[in-house]
Design a protein around this ligand. Structure first.
Ligand code: ASP
Length: 439
């Protein structure tokens, strides 16, 4: 039983009055839904412009000493239409005037960017008849721009405890000097997670425009299955490998407190969406593979030296060369007399000469082989540890699709099997793995 639900609506769920009415219907449908976090109005159609992007544009125009009045008028018009269609009484002109004055005074971009959620939340609070709580009063960053968790959890918890319901703008908080600071793009997800943690919610609902997280990229696999349940750890693996449904930092606050996240679709509120939790519910059948994701753009540097296995510190020295050149490594498969380091191609290209020179002079290898254009694909699932033959199935699927595996890496936690293949075969490989492991 969820007694206290914190919910967040993304930009497409609030793009115009008809979407906002859907969101309001969802909010009011369950009395446990008490604290709602809102994004700025997003895109209404594919080539529409998000209000947040228009606000950044205003700032850019102001910085360049140009005229930002037309862009600001577009923002004002979007809100005026929403206000009219919702039938609320709201003085948008005064709000826009304040933004204009601040832009003219040369304010930092975070301030105008945050006004998208600020104004939207004020309007929707009026429409719902709920109090508005400014995020700048309850979400705090330290001097280094890092979230001050202790201060935030206690201030937000304290403030919201005194209220029956509240509407809170996402995406921003305040610096110690009171100036507005935003999270990175898509950061309203993070605000929602922080608020859920602050009020010790039973559930954090994240309402968006898809019915949950998909088990493979829909641009590659036709109609991939929705993932019904996923653990925080699996989500982290899949997100890192390119699957995106939630801001990366949104998991941390709720994860620590064990609050599950439910991804839901505002346009299909009856769909269950995806439930993200610490562990899978006991009564569901444990599946081996939860999802498949991958990324292109890797290079493998293979360093060979006979008798490498008896040379202490060879691997450490090699990895140190990459780290000192600011290149994090993704994988590091080793052989007896060879070790490969798989890294991001773009980063490598910037430091290529230096890195190779240092490897030669410091490690004196017999050969260095560089393989470019690699893609890495992860088959992820917590159930994998208890199922025999998973790796065999992965290799079989790729062999049958006539795909050569260039690298294999099974994470030490047995949560994933990662294969490196030629970038040109990426889409084919994802489809082959999906058909064999998930479909
Ligand atoms: N409006 C902000 C953005 O477009 C934050 C958010 O929607 O989460 O990135």
């Amino acid at each position: 039983m969820n007694n206290l639900v914190v919910l967040k609506f993304g930009g497409t769920s609030l793009a115009d009055a008809s979407q906002i009415k859907k969101a309001a219907g969802i909010i009011k449908a369950n009395p446990a839904r008490k604290f709602v976090i809102l994004s700025a109005p997003g895109k209404r159609f594919s080539d529409d412009i998000k209000v947040t992007d228009l606000l950044y544009k205003c700032h850019q125009e102001a910085q360049n000493g140009g005229d930002f009045s037309q862009t600001l008028a577009k923002i004002s018009d979007r809100y005026s239409e929403i206000i009219k269609d919702l039938g609320v009484d709201f003085d948008i002109k005064s709000e826009i005037e304040i933004i204009k004055k601040n832009l003219e005074a040369g304010i930092t971009p975070d301030y105008p960017a945050s006004r998208g959620e600020y104004i939207n939340s004020k309007i929707i609070a009026k429409f719902l008849g709920w109090p508005f709580v400014d995020a700048a009063e309850i979400i705090f960053f330290n001097e280094n721009g890092i979230l001050d968790e202790e201060k935030t959890f206690s201030a937000a918890g304290e403030k919201l405890k005194s209220l029956e319901n509240a509407v809170i703008p996402g995406f921003y908080g305040a610096m110690p000097d009171g100036k507005i600071k935003t999270f990175s793009r898509g950061g309203s997800d993070v605000t929602g997670s922080i608020i859920a943690r602050s009020v010790s919610a039973d559930l954090y609902e994240n309402w968006t425009d898809v019915s949950g997280m998909l088990s493979a990229d829909p641009r590659i696999v036709k109609n991939p299955k929705v993932i019904e349940y996923i653990t925080y750890t699996e989500l982290r693996e899949l997100s890192y490998m390119g699957a995106s449904v939630l801001h990366e930092d949104a998991v941390f606050p709720v994860r620590k407190a064990g609050i599950p996240i439910n991804i839901r679709n505002t346009n299909k509120p009856d769909d269950n969406g995806t439930l993200i939790a610490a562990s899978l519910p006991k009564n569901i059948e444990k599946r081996a593979v939860t999802g498949i994701a991958g990324r292109k753009g890797f290079t493998s540097i293979r360093v060979e030296k006979s008798m490498m296995n008896v040379e202490t510190g060879f691997g450490a020295k090699l990895l140190y060369i990459f780290s000192r050149n600011g290149i994090p490594f993704e994988h590091c498969p080793t052989g007896i007399d060879a070790i490969s380091v798989v890294i991001n191609s773009e980063l490598f290209d910037q430091k290529r000469e230096t890195v190779l020179r240092e490897i030669k002079s410091e490690l004196n290898p017999d050969f260095i082989t560089i393989e470019k254009n690699l893609a890495s694909i992860a088959v992820v699932g917590e159930g994998m540890i208890s199922v025999k033959g998973m790796a065999a199935r992965v290799f079989d699927a790729l062999a049958k699709a006539d795909i050569n595996i260039r690298m294999i890496d099974q994470g030490s936690d047995e949560l994933n099997i990662i294969v490196g293949i030629d970038e040109a075969e990426y889409e084919k490989a994802i489809n082959a793995l999906y058909s064999k492991m998930i479909a």
